[in-house]
Write a protein that binds this ligand. Structure first.
Ligand SMILES: [Zn+2]
Length: 91
């Protein structure tokens, strides 16, 4: 089974409100979070069951090859209000 390492950016409530109002917010805000997962196997389920539920303020995530102890090659990037995964497995 293919496994991925995923890194997602989720905004804090303050930045999320500003983003929704199309006003400026600090992209390096320390209250916003970078969440990481190893061993993601289904990108569609991950997006709907993990990101949308546990990190509703997520804005984008990057998908990497999962290689233990290494960073792995970046395979793709998705956005909440843009390109979402349409297949469980990115090629
Ligand atoms: Zn923030």
């Amino acid at each position: 089974m293919k496994r991925y390492r995923v890194i997602a950016k989720a905004l804090c409530d303050d930045c999320n409100t500003k983003s929704l109002n199309n006003t400026w917010f600090d992209v390096r805000c320390n209250n916003c979070t970078w969440a990481k997962w190893n061993n993601v196997t289904n990108l569609i389920k991950f997006t709907s069951d993990v990101l949308d539920k546990d990190h509703p303020n997520w804005v984008f995530f990057n998908v990497f090859e999962y290689i233990k102890g290494e960073n792995g090659r970046r395979l793709g990037s998705y956005q909440k209000n843009g390109k979402r995964p349409i297949t469980p497995f990115e090629l």
